[in-house]
Ligand binder design. Structure first.
Ligand SMILES: [Zn+2]
Length: 315
């Protein structure tokens, strides 16, 4: 019996049914009516560029680590922004079935909305609910679905990572390379005020959003990134934090003082946009930042052409 047949036999025999049936459930708080109104008032009413064809994006918010309270706001804002701008149709779902190869191919881009840790796995606190072989089956499924996502991007798909999307899949270097960086703590906490510099104001993703703005202030939790795989040799940085004009904090680890906030890169034939903004609810009700997300989504979906020459190679 070959490997695939024996695997099918095992599944059919029911030995692995407990694990193979497992999907996460999340107990998110509904978005408050005042926040729904704030999101609606902030929505852009036109696309950054007209979509070439009707675009379909998956908004996925499964977590196996910290679950951000802003996930429902992110979902709602991205879904509604597709309708208000006409840029895309959002499928909002945490069902893993969308990450099977054929299902993924139906999307122009995948948005990882604050996904955390091994987001195709149960939380580690649930580990004891599974027998050894069940856990192994879950791990194999996790590996396969992460690989499918990486392959989807390499083959021409789009990926958008929001905030904790970089606090994920640490055992998958391919995922780290695609998302562009791994989270290494947040010296700036949710109530800190920070100054973000619009690096590269003429860039196609920045210009329609920030126009002539050189920088802006915001209250937000801001990440720093591990020394690997983050690199200006690979990524085109769009926004960074200026520590001198932000609240003084402890825990800054970067000797080069490089605290990027948003970037893009090309991966194979695909496109990746990542922004670490998205911890606080108000981020998803901020008209400027909704346009920032929209430009990133339209880039990832293939409509907004943008230069991905790494920042270190400019000049
Ligand atoms: Zn956060």
């Amino acid at each position: 019996m070959n490997k695939r047949l024996s695997y099918l036999f095992l599944c059919a025999s029911g030995l692995l049914s407990a694990a193979s049936d497992w999907l996460p459930t999340f107990d998110d708080k509904p978005v408050a009516p005042s926040q729904i109104k704030a999101i609606e008032d902030a929505l852009p009413h036109e696309a950054i560029v007209a979509p070439e064809v009707s675009r379909r994006i998956l908004v996925f918010s499964a977590t196996a680590g910290y679950r951000h309270g802003s996930i429902p706001s992110g979902r709602l804002a991205i879904e509604k922004m597709g309708i208000s701008s006409g840029a895309y149709v959002a499928v909002v779902s945490d069902d893993f079935k969308h990450f099977e190869k054929e299902a993924l191919s139906e999307f122009d881009a995948v948005v990882l909305n604050n996904t955390s840790r091994d987001f195709f796995m149960p939380h580690r606190k649930q580990r004891k609910e599974f027998e050894g072989k069940e856990w192994r089956w879950l791990q194999e499924r996790n590996d396969r679905l992460v690989d499918n996502l990486v392959e989807f991007v390499e083959n021409g798909g789009g990926l958008v990572g929001i905030h904790a999307a970089s606090d994920a899949c640490y055992d998958h270097p391919d995922f780290g390379a695609v998302i562009g960086g791994f989270f290494d703590g947040h010296p700036w906490r949710s109530r800190n005020n920070v100054t973000l510099v619009v690096e590269d104001p003429e860039h196609a993703i920045n210009k329609p959003v920030f126009e002539a703005m050189k920088d802006f202030q915001i209250q937000e939790e801001i990440y720093q990134f591990r020394s690997e795989p983050y690199s200006r040799e690979k990524l085109r940085i769009l926004l960074h934090l200026d520590p001198k004009r932000s609240d003084a904090v402890e825990g800054m680890k970067r000797e080069d003082n490089d605290y990027p906030v948003a970037w893009v890169q090309s991966v194979g034939k695909g496109r990746v946009f990542y922004t670490s903004l998205g911890h606080n609810d108000h981020i998803f009700a901020n008209p400027l930042l909704l346009k920032h997300f929209l430009a990133g989504i339209q880039f990832a979906a293939g409509d907004l052409d943008a230069d991905t020459t790494p920042s270190a190679q400019l000049n």
